[in-house]
Ligand binder design. Structure first.
Ligand code: SF4
Ligand code: SF4
Length: 433
């Protein structure tokens, strides 16, 4: 793609990076075939190619940042299906991340949009505040339809009850069972530990059972992904720096073989820390080192080899619809590994038809774009129903919440099944079913 940025514009490192990305696009349009918003809406401006043109004109200053441009970029899920499809290797992720930051700096949203986006970024990243807001949401849920349009979807997605905080999410050390094979830091995250504390508990049991010493580092918390995708870069980078400092302290004090992440959306962001902080001399090197240590939990277990499943545990509920989260398959390019582990654990993982399409969760997307998100969820659930599974498994809390909100089948995290198969308790959602 031809670009006409001035030298003054290219002095900005973000614009210089975007210019390089734009130049790799050949406008072939292959990416449109796998873009969920183009498939649903049929508008070129809701396709990757259309958005690339919009972003180019926006950051080159050819076009003002109009409400219409913002609408089409906001409708992008950041699912990165286009990146998997693109034959020219266009880094759409970095381009759209830049566009989101650009919009936040150069466009004034309506007051209700600004308010909702600020609340989401501030509340979801703080477990105590999120837990408190979920208690309120559970009380308000029966009256959700009377709430303002912007708040109703958040209230409708809230669980009916909220589990108390788990001890495992506190900073501390979890000793390996038997000989120590690895020392890892676990990102316990933010929203996940509130919505499903059993996921971190299962992850720690699984890792320690496989010989990992697991540290939950003091000072580590939200990865910054939610704020990053809302274009709220100051908050996102602040959270990234705090994690990098916390894990660097651990690495220097006692060594770290990996940083384990069990929410693929967070994993995609932590693996990108080196890029996000590339222009900060005090952090660039540390950020790249931390990013290189980041692993999805299934990568770590695959490298250690899954223990023989406990005989007689997985006898029923075996047909697992494996929903490959976009951040797992497109963001981290991990697809076969989690399914192979499930198979080794005695399950029968089955790919969901149209598996490359997003379920509509996409961080805070289901709260900000509820109509498109619900259409994608219902399409995903219809595809899941076609394969008649006993349950659904995935590696991202956002997808679990999104799918469970419209589905009678149990929806669990992959690690809960692997933990169960190798000696842990039956996942709560399955035991209750
Ligand atoms: S597939 Fe790649 S090169 Fe082709 S239009 Fe899409 S982003 Fe551009
Ligand atoms: S990230 Fe997903 S929604 Fe956005 S343009 Fe690419 S394929 Fe479409």
């Amino acid at each position: 793609m031809r670009t006409d940025f001035t030298l003054a514009q290219l002095a900005d490192p973000d614009t210089a990076e975007s210019e390089k990305i734009l130049r790799t696009c050949t406008h072939c349009g292959f990416c449109t075939a796998t873009c969920p918003t183009y498939i649903l809406l049929g508008d070129e401006l809701d396709s990757p190619r259309g958005r690339i043109y919009l972003i180019k004109d926006m950051i080159a200053g050819v076009e003002e940042v109009t409400a219409d441009t913002v609408k089409h970029i906001d409708r992008c899920l950041s699912c990165l299906s286009c990146m998997t499809t693109c034959p020219s290797g266009v880094n759409y992720m970095h381009l759209v991340d830049h566009a989101r930051r650009w919009i936040e700096k150069n466009h004034r949203r309506t007051w209700d949009e600004r308010g909702l986006r600020l609340i989401l970024a501030q509340v979801l990243s703080r477990p105590w505040l999120f837990r408190l807001s979920l208690w309120f949401a559970a009380i308000l849920k029966p009256w959700a339809r009377f709430l303002p349009d912007r708040l109703a979807p958040s209230c409708a997605l809230a669980p009916d009850s909220v589990a108390p905080a788990s001890q495992t999410d506190r900073p501390g050390l979890h000793r390996p069972v038997g000989e120590r094979r690895m020392r890892v830091a676990l990102l316990t995250g933010c929203a996940q530990q509130v919505l499903a504390p059993e996921i971190n508990e299962a992850t720690i049991r699984l890792l320690t059972r496989h010989g990992c010493e697991v540290v939950v580092a003091q000072g580590a918390g939200c990865c910054g992904s939610l704020a990053h995708h809302l274009g709220q870069e100051r908050q996102a980078l602040g959270l990234a720096r705090a994690n990098i400092d916390a894990w660097e302290r651990e690495r220097l004090a006692s060594g770290l073989d990996a940083i384990v992440i069990n929410a693929s959306g967070c994993g995609t962001t932590v693996k990108d820390y080196g890029f996000m902080l590339r222009s900060e001399p005090a952090y660039a090197e540390k950020a790249a080192r931390i990013a290189s240590l980041a692993r999805d939990v299934t990568e770590v277990i695959a490298s250690l080899g899954l223990r023989q499943p406990v005989a007689g545990v997985v006898t029923a509920k075996r047909r697992v619809a494996y929903h490959s989260a976009c951040s797992m398959q497109h963001g981290q390019r991990l697809h076969a590994g989690p399914k192979e582990l499930l198979e080794a654990g005695g399950f029968e993982p089955i790919d969901v038809p149209e598996g490359h399409l997003c379920c509509g969760s996409a961080g805070t997307y289901n709260l900000l774009q509820p109509e498109i998100a619900t259409a994608l969820r219902d399409r995903k659930l219809a595809n899941i129903a076609k394969i008649r599974p006993d349950l659904v498994a995935t590696g991202n809390i956002g997808c679990i919440t999104q799918l469970a909100s419209g589905c009678d089948l149990p929806v669990v995290h992959t690690v809960e099944l692997l933990d169960w198969a190798t000696g842990g308790p039956e996942p709560r959602t399955l035991a209750a079913g």
